[in-house]
Ligand binder design. Structure first.
Ligand SMILES: [Zn+2]
Length: 142
């Protein structure tokens, strides 16, 4: 899924929210005056961690942060490692998903492995197998 960005009206709303009575822009992370400095419209929840991206972003989904004071430290020290960890955990979850085609005698197929290495297989209790000889029955006619 593609990354969602804040629309111009939403950015304007965030800018108004971050402005004080004197028209100065304040970083919403630390309160520093960032008027004339580089600012970023930060996704409060990193966009890479959001699964349902069908809803449009609102001003409540982001904060206006100073690039140097809050955005870069948050992104590089907190978000990027968190996103990498989420990807690793997802890979582990996918790798551990039960097989759709389990090996006979494996736990996934229902067989139980005993301590001595043999495998106890599921048997059908309703229809026990009849014993058959591998040699044909002797004929009575001589
Ligand atoms: Zn800041």
């Amino acid at each position: 899924m593609t990354r969602r960005e804040f629309s111009k009206p939403v950015k304007g709303e965030m800018l108004r929210r971050a402005s004080d009575a004197k028209g100065r822009i304040r970083c919403e992370g630390c309160g520093l005056d960032v008027t004339g400095k580089a600012i970023e419209f930060d996704h409060t929840i990193p966009e890479a961690l959001v699964l349902d991206k069908s809803r449009a972003l609102t001003a409540a989904d982001g904060r206006l942060l100073g690039k140097a004071c809050c955005h870069d430290p948050k992104t590089h020290k907190h978000d990027v490692p968190g996103i990498a960890r989420a990807k690793r955990l997802e890979q582990t979850r996918v790798a551990r998903a039960p097989s759709r085609n389990p090996l006979p005698g494996s736990k996934a197929s229902g067989g139980k492995r005993k301590m001595n290495g043999t495998v106890e297989r599921r048997t059908c209790p309703a229809a026990p197998l009849s014993e058959r000889s591998i040699y044909p029955a002797p004929s009575r006619a001589r």
